[in-house]
Each structure stands twice: as C-alpha cells, then as structure tokens.
Ligand binder design. Sequence first.
Ligand SMILES: C[S@@+](CC[C@H](N)C(=O)[O-])C[C@H]1O[C@@H](n2cnc3c(N)ncnc32)[C@H](O)[C@@H]1O
Length: 163
Amino acid sequence: MENLVFHQIGVIKTPYTSSAPYQPVENDDQEFYLDVDDRYVQGLKDLDSFNYIYVIYYIDRLKDIPQMLVAPPWAYGRDVGVFASRSPGRPNPIGLSVVRIRKIFGNRVYTSGLDVFDGTPLLDIKPYIKDLDSKIDANHGWIEASDDAEHLALHIQGIPHDY
Ligand SMILES: C[S@@+](CC[C@H](N)C(=O)[O-])C[C@H]1O[C@@H](n2cnc3c(N)ncnc32)[C@H](O)[C@@H]1O
C-alpha cells in the first residue's frame, strides 16, 4: 500500500485542551471555529449558503497504537471492529464531525460545538447536503442491540447527562 501525503488546510479552535465530548454537542455555546489558512480562503465562497458542514481533521494527539477491536468507553466493555466504531484510534486517525455553521468571517468559520482538542489540524470541509446526506433508513447498527441503547445514545451524541 502507498503512503499518502495530506496537507493541513487550517486549525480547529475549541475550548477543549485535554478532554472533549465524544461527539459534537450542538447546543454548546462556547466558541468554536475553523481557522482556515489564507491560501484556501477563496475556497470558502458560498459555504455560508449551507446550514451544516462536515469537518474532517487529523486526530493528532493519540498515544496508543490502533487496534482492530475497540471497546468504546461507553459500551460497557463490548468489543467491536474499529471500522464499526467512531473511535479516534484507527489506522488512519481521521476524524469527522457534522456541525452547524454559525457565521463565516474572513478566514474563520464559526460553528456549533466540536468534539476535538484545541489546535487539531484541519484537513477538509464539505457541505452537508439535504437528501444527499440524510438517509431515511439509517439505523444505529450494533448499538440497537444493547440493553441500554437509550443511555448509550446519549454518550454517542456527546449529550451531557448525570446517570
Ligand atoms: C470519539 S472521537 C469522535 C471524532 C469524530 N466525531 C468522529 O466520529 O470521527 C472524539 C474524541 O477524540 C478525542 N480527541 C479529540 N481531538 C483529539 C486530538 N486532536 N488528538 C487525540 N484525540 C482527540 C477526544 O477524546 C474526543 O472525545
């Protein structure tokens, strides 16, 4: 297999330095933005016509070697294949988050809550397009089989809860 080279297009700015939600929390009212490198600013033209975007990034601060079976911290010790999970520890540590655009100002794309550490390298931005990206028969996969699927769903969505 070839080694491929990607170039960082910017930096993700978040309030999180050492821990972050497991998935984006849409109503988190802290400041989140994509600081896009000047070379790519023209590429933001018309992005503000969309409500939501995919943010694609390099999960750069992993410490452990990726495993093919992972036990998501909220899945009560259950092992699943890494490709059946959203675990950050994967052969190519690429993260994907869908967030709402709050505003775009110059090279900054302000968004709803993101689930990454401050300074995470930005690889790409793509529009989330109604109908193209919403599948009406999407399901919850192996998570549906859990005894406590509703509770797990809160963890998956990064929704704070106290039980
Ligand atoms: C479970 S991953 C999900 C990422 C993305 N939403 C996805 O589905 O691909 C989110 C977790 O990755 C970890 N994380 C975030 N940014 C990171 C970084 N730059 N380096 C290492 N780990 C990071 C945090 O522990 C956070 O809770």
